[in-house]
Design a protein around this ligand. Structure first.
Ligand code: FES
Length: 106
C-alpha cells in the first residue's frame, strides 16, 4: 500500500509498504524522523503516534482497548483520528493511507 507520511512542516514522504508490515516499522526503517517507535511495537511507548487523514480501500481495524488506553499517553494530545502506527498493519485491502505526524513524540 502507498503510505504517505506528512511531517508537521507539510513535507511528505511516500513509501510503498508491503502487506503485513506496520506503518511504524516502515517509517523507522526509512528514517522518517517524525515516528520514533521506541518500544518496537510492544505498545508501551506511544512514540509512534500519528493522525490518520485519509484511507483508500479497506480501513484498518479500529483501535483495541490497549491501544485506546495507550493513546492517552501521547506527547501531543490525541484526537479522534489518532492511532499508534505500530498497530496499523498494512492489510490486503488497503490501497493507500495518509498519516500526519505530530509535532513531537516525546
Ligand atoms: Fe511503542 Fe507503538 S512503537 S507504542
Amino acid at each position: 500500500a502507498k503510505i504517505t507520511y506528512v511531517e508537521p512542516d507539510g513535507s511528505r514522504s511516500v513509501l510503498d509498504v508491503p502487506v503485513g508490515v506496520t506503518v511504524m516499522d516502515a517509517a523507522v526503517e526509512e528514517g522518517i524522523g517524525g515516528i520514533v517507535g521506541q518500544c518496537g511495537g510492544r505498545m508501551v511507548c506511544a512514540t509512534c503516534h500519528v493522525f490518520v487523514e485519509e484511507v483508500e480501500g479497506e480501513s484498518p481495524p479500529e483501535p483495541d482497548d490497549d491501544e485506546d488506553e495507550m493513546l492517552d499517553y501521547t506527547a501531543v494530545e490525541r484526537r479522534p483520528e489518532s492511532r499508534l502506527s505500530c498497530q496499523l498493519t498494512v492489510g490486503d485491502g488497503l490501497g493507500a493511507l495518509v498519516v500526519r505526524l505530530p509535532e513531537s513524540q516525546t
